[in-house]
Design a protein around this ligand. Structure first.
Ligand code: NAP
Length: 287
């Protein structure tokens, strides 16, 4: 359902693109085989979906060539949502339905391909949420559902009420919790599509001078020279090497960065190289 690399739109406001510029960017991504685009209702303070929707409106036929992932469940205090009194999570039927309807309106589309519950809501009633998801699916408004940033037990509880399709978590050579807490194993076990947000540590991998970043960068650069690829390609190849085959969700607006992520698809990292990066990240060898 998703392309092997997914383009994230969280940073769209930083890219300074006009509507026709965004159409051009989407076309370039599609030409690279990136057909899935990751949103959340809250990105850009509730503005990014509408910018993307304007691009879809500008280029008839574009919508049919791509998949839209979006998220709901975080409430920001914003002039665009005057009813929100405090930053909080909300997985109630009323909020999820209202959020999906707003997303459909902003994106100027009749369906969302994949809807994710953005964060675990401690007040989530899994039976109510499953019923809400079923209704949205029956209405054709959302094709598939998943979660983001959930613990494996939280995902398992909801999955017993409704068949989830995806789990989007932070995963990169700088953030390996999904390896250790059972998240990726659970995706494999249940046949869920894993998605890796901040695959380059939100840019920390290349821009930060902290010890872990320097260690990992050093190994990535050495391996990049060996493989004749960019260090960012090695970072994506590292996370895609896991048998759950996580889809990197890129964060850059630069075409070259998208190309570097796509190049990882044809790079099968030898297991020892994978462990070299693991060792650089943890700062120690395996037990
Ligand atoms: N589910 C969630 O809770 C959640 C949370 C966060 C993000 N996300 C999703 O994940 C997507 C990606 O997150 P992210 O933006 O943090 O991903 P990322 O790809 O790890 O980081 C992107 C940042 O890295 C910089 N960068 C990329 N390549 C670089 C290079 N070679 N050298 C120096 N800097 C480089 C980019 O700057 P340039 O633009 O200059 O390349 C950008 O600022 C988001 O758009 C969103 O869709 C989801």
């Amino acid at each position: 359902m998703l392309s092997p690399v997914v383009a994230g739109l969280m940073r769209l406001p930083e890219w300074g693109l006009s509507t026709s510029g965004l159409v051009g960017w989407i076309e370039e991504a599609l030409a690279l085989g990136i057909t899935s685009f990751d949103h959340a209702d809250i990105y850009g303070g509730y503005s990014v979906e509408a910018a993307f929707g304007a691009a879809l409106d500008h280029a008839p036929g574009l919508r049919r060539r791509l998949q839209i992932v979006t998220k709901c469940g975080i409430k920001l205090v914003s002039p665009r949502r005057p009813g929100h009194g405090i930053k909080s999570y909300d997985s109630s039927r009323g909020h999820v339905l209202a959020s999906v309807n707003e997303s459909l309106r902003a994106l100027r589309t009749d369906h969302i391909d994949l809807l994710l519950l953005h964060r675990p809501d401690w007040l989530m009633d899994p039976a109510e949420l499953a019923d809400t998801f079923s209704g949205l699916q029956a209405a054709g408004k959302v094709l598939a559902f998943g979660v983001s940033n959930h613990r494996p037990d939280q995902l398992a509880m909801l999955h017993r009420h409704f068949p989830l399709a995806a789990h989007q978590v932070e995963f990169s050579p700088l953030q390996m919790q999904a390896l250790n807490d059972g998240t990726l194993a659970q995706c494999l076990d249940l046949g869920l599509q894993a998605m890796a947000w901040s695959p380059l540590g939100g840019g920390r991998l290349f821009r930060s001078d902290d010890e872990q970043s320097r260690r990992v960068r050093g190994v990535l650069e050495a391996l990049a020279r060996q493989h004749g690829q960019a260090p960012a390609t090695l970072a994506c190849a590292w996370l895609m090497r896991h048998p759950a085959r996580p889809r990197p969700v890129t964060g850059s607006g630069r075409l070259q960065a998208l190309q570097q992520a796509v190049a990882a698809m044809s790079l099968q990292l030898p297991a020892e190289d994978w462990y070299r990066i693991w060792q650089a990240s943890t700062g120690h060898e395996v037990a």
